[in-house]
Design a protein around this ligand. Sequence first.
Ligand SMILES: Cc1cc2nc3c(=O)[nH]c(=O)nc-3n(C[C@H](O)[C@H](O)[C@H](O)COP(=O)(O)O)c2cc1C
Length: 388
Amino acid sequence: MPVITEIEELKRLYRRRVPKMFHDYCESGSWTEQTFRENSSDFDKLYFRQRVAVDMTGRSTKSQMIGQDVAMPVALAPVGSTGMQSGDGEIKAARAAEKFGVPFTLSTMSINSIEDVAEATTKPFWFQLYTMRDTDFTARLIERAKAANCSALVITLDLQILGQRHKDLKNGLSAPPKISPRLLWDLATKWRWDKSMAQAKRRNFGNIVGHVQGISDLADLGAWTNEQFDPTLDWDKIAKLKEQWGGPVILKGILDAEDAKMALKVGADAIVVSNHGGRQLDGALSSIRTLPAIMDAVGDQVEVHLDSGIRSGQDVMKALALGATGTYIGRAFIYGLGAMGEAGVTRALEVIQREMDISMALCGIKTVDQINRDIMLVPEDFEGRWQD
Ligand SMILES: Cc1cc2nc3c(=O)[nH]c(=O)nc-3n(C[C@H](O)[C@H](O)[C@H](O)COP(=O)(O)O)c2cc1C
């Protein structure tokens, strides 16, 4: 096994081992990719205060997210088609998360179904809901997640319409992929991926196929999915979904203080400050830059989590220092999965935890609840000063 010391290394391996179509699906943002790039580069504008001569023994990255114990406050974000990055990818990622002690979030648009993941794991995972025009289907999804003992419902609010990623259109992205000479050539050099796919339980969307009438082939599925994201979703509907679910609800995709206040009103247990990893509104601010304003608006009343752009334990600490109590990684775990399967997801988590642990020590702190603004140097204009 190669010696992996940073997420960037998993990313390089991932690029070599996964077909271009699925690599590009993960490694792009919408339109010019400005927001995708700034999600990560804005973390570099924040600096730590190094502290010395502080007893650094007895450190721990343990914490809680929505009242659940976590080995570190880093959950695996919902990532659609994870099972096309490595065969049975959702099962592999969920198992790695369970063993590590962090939450796994299964996407509505997963390849392995809710039931597949429940069967392959022993602890509850979180389920991410895209609300669909087909309200019966949405209601059944909620019931299936309840039956599978999922311990939180993550409702994604920033995808009522799909942002455009140029590469996906050019690559003709689909699950399973349509066979073309270019794809066959690509697959000939990706033997690890070929093998894992040949052994996989499923190669199309497990939460949908067999659960929606009239979908028997890929063409039906593509057409159904494209027209299903609910453009009429509003706060009343979100409140109703919360009622239907009856358990902890996390609202994902908040980037504006006014929306954070609305999320509070409908009774969210947590919100995720997120721009979908730069895949939706290009030209929006990075998640980390919007965090301070959202903390000011609702931070003392609801748990605030953050994702988009996290590639290291230092990034996690920066988000926590600005007030978040939890974070999520999307691409960072997908790189690991595509590079090395379940072991790669574990490696990604280990790398991030080690980076967190050492950085905590060098900042002179021992516990996650000591991570606050005092450990950071934040540029005065970090949030930006905008005209009214
Ligand atoms: C390939 C890919 C697929 C995604 N699919 C979903 C999804 O199905 N549901 C969802 O709520 N978010 C989805 N997201 C967004 C992630 O949950 C998360 O917000 C994002 O990946 C965080 O940014 P990061 O990748 O820079 O960590 C997806 C992200 C990627 C990269």
